[in-house]
Design a protein around this ligand. Structure first.
Ligand code: UN1
Length: 495
């Protein structure tokens, strides 16, 4: 019996095979619970339920769909503390950040609930008389949502809320590590009165569930957030099957620190962006590009600050940095530290797996800073997804921008400078989807488009109005009340 089950057609059910898996707290090793380990047959049942529910849901007026979302938002507010605590237990981020994760979901829920009374289309003049043109958004159908473990409530909310408000029905596959958070979120929808079949949850490990979802002929759209490697496979499959796909895949985000920067502010921004969520954000600052005039001073101060960060259980209010999510992630992060050393970079701070006292029970890596990093090194090119950042020395703004752009990803970047001209030149020439001035690389707000260029995505954006473009398609409508056949492009000549 699984403690945490699938939710299909309004019922909580085991995987048809009865299979389960376990999840342990990454800070303590304690068992959190057992979860349904689903297969293609469970995906098929979920898709069938979503397909059956689609017509009624899309025909429910959008403001009524929005009312359900408003109730979801209210319940998220009431449960915020409990959701945050469970999230910290499940994936390790410190409690203040887990609260922020839930808050991001609350904000997105109310924003999209409000869209129920907007969902604007356009009306336009016609080129012909007695004729009227307009557009409306239409849902896509059954959508498959595949989400990562680093934002267990927020990222599902970024996808579920716009999907539902646009009138789609959903099959949701959360990361296996954070499936309890996904269950909690879906329970809230159930309490808020969402009709059966509109939102279905399928839990599982590895790629089994995701692959079945991507390949199912009745799933019209896949929205995926995760690694570039998996995202590429999803993109290939979706192209082969002719389905819509929206991808958010990673970053190699840089903070630029110019010689005229407010260094105290820059330090705050670097520490927050590189080591928040133990560096496990797609927006994490895993490169810091520093003007040579302030390099030594910044490196010294950063070393002093970061070597004092306290590793520990995220539920302990004195903890600065929690564990990474799993043993395999810990190994991966540490392997990158070894690669950095092999490439000739120097460790300024950290560099070790932390094993003192209670830390030995969890997956803790010391916050790590490299210096003597060349831009072409693997630690300066590849996404590490852990508490590791690389300091790169440059001589000018032009060089800083070239280094910043010299990676395959294009999610987020920032500049610390007091010179407004430099800030605007960086905005103009850095080609990331998100850019900050005098702030770190993390902390996007939900009403603006979120996403990146190049290998980060495939041109779509999440959040804000842009999310509606992922989860709906335009229908153009031409209404002719002239009483005769008017031919566009042809009869205009007689006007
Ligand atoms: C992610 O890491 O996948 O801007 C998303 C931020 C957060 C979201 C990050 N609002 O860092």
């Amino acid at each position: 019996m699984a403690d945490f089950k699938n939710y299909i057609d309004g019922k909580w059910v085991e995987a048809k095979s009865g299979a389960t898996y376990e999840r342990r707290n990454p800070a303590t090793g304690e068992l959190i619970g057992t979860y349904a380990r689903s297969g293609p047959e469970d995906v098929a049942a979920a898709v069938e339920a979503a397909k059956a529910a689609f017509d009624r849901w899309r025909k429910l007026p959008a403001p009524k769909r929005g009312e359900i979302l408003f109730r979801v938002g209210q319940l998220l507010i009431e449960r915020k503390e409990q959701l945050a605590r469970e999230m910290t237990e499940e994936m390790g981020k410190v409690l203040t950040e887990a609260r922020g994760d839930v808050q991001e979901a609350i904000d997105m829920t109310f924003y999209m609930a409000g869209e129920g009374r907007r969902l604007w289309g356009q009306t336009t003049p016609s080129e012909l008389p007695h004729k009227w043109n307009m557009t409306q958004r239409r849902p896509i159908g059954v959508v498959g949502l595949i989400t990562p473990w680093n934002f267990p409530i927020a990222i599902p909310a970024w996808k579920i809320m716009p999907a539902l408000i646009c009138g789609n029905t959903v099959v949701f596959k959360p990361a296996s590590y954070t499936a309890r958070s996904a269950v909690r979120l879906v329970q809230i929808f159930e309490e808020a009165g969402l009709p059966p079949g509109v939102l279905n949850l399928v839990l599982g490990t590895g790629e089994t569930v995701g692959t079945a979802l991507v390949q199912h002929p009745d799933v019209a759209l896949i929205s995926f957030t995760g690694s570039n490697e998996v995202g590429q496979q999803v993109a290939v499959e979706c192209a082969r099957l002719g389905k819509r796909v929206s991808l958010e895949m990673g970053g190699k985000n840089a903070i630029i620190v110019m010689d005229d920067a407010n260094l105290r502010l820059a330090l705050d921004g670097i520490v927050w962006s590189a080591f928040g969520t133990s560096g496990q954000r797609c927006t994490a600052a895993s490169r810091v590009i520093v003007h040579e005039a302030v390099f030594r001073e910044l490196a010294d101060q950063l070393d002093a600050r970061v070597s004092r960060l306290k590793l520990g259980n995220g539920l302990d209010p004195t903890t600065d940095v929690g564990p990474v999510v799993s043993e395999s992630q810990l190994e991966r992060v540490h392997r990158y530290v070894q690669i950095g050393v092999e490439e000739g970079a120097q460790i300024l701070t950290g560099g070790q797996i932390a094993r003192d006292g209670d830390l030995a029970r969890g997956h803790f890596h010391q916050p790590t800073i490299f210096v003597d990093v060349r831009p072409e090194m693997r630690i300066a090119q590849e996404e590490i997804f852990g508490p590791v950042t690389a300091l790169i020395r440059v001589r000018s703004l032009e060089e800083a921008i070239a280094v910043c752009n010299g990676v395959r990803y294009g999610l987020s970047a920032s500049i610390f400078t007091r010179d407004i001209d430099k800030a605007f030149r960086a905005i103009e020439d850095v080609h990331t989807g998100i850019f900050y001035v005098n702030a770190g690389t993390i902390g996007a707000e939900i009403h603006l488009p979120f996403g990146g260029t190049k290998a980060t995505g495939n041109g779509h954006r999440e959040a804000g109005q842009a999310a509606l473009d992922v989860f709906s398609e335009w229908q153009s409508i031409f209404i002719d009340y002239s009483g005769r056949l008017q031919r566009a492009q042809i009869d205009v000549e007689q006007l």
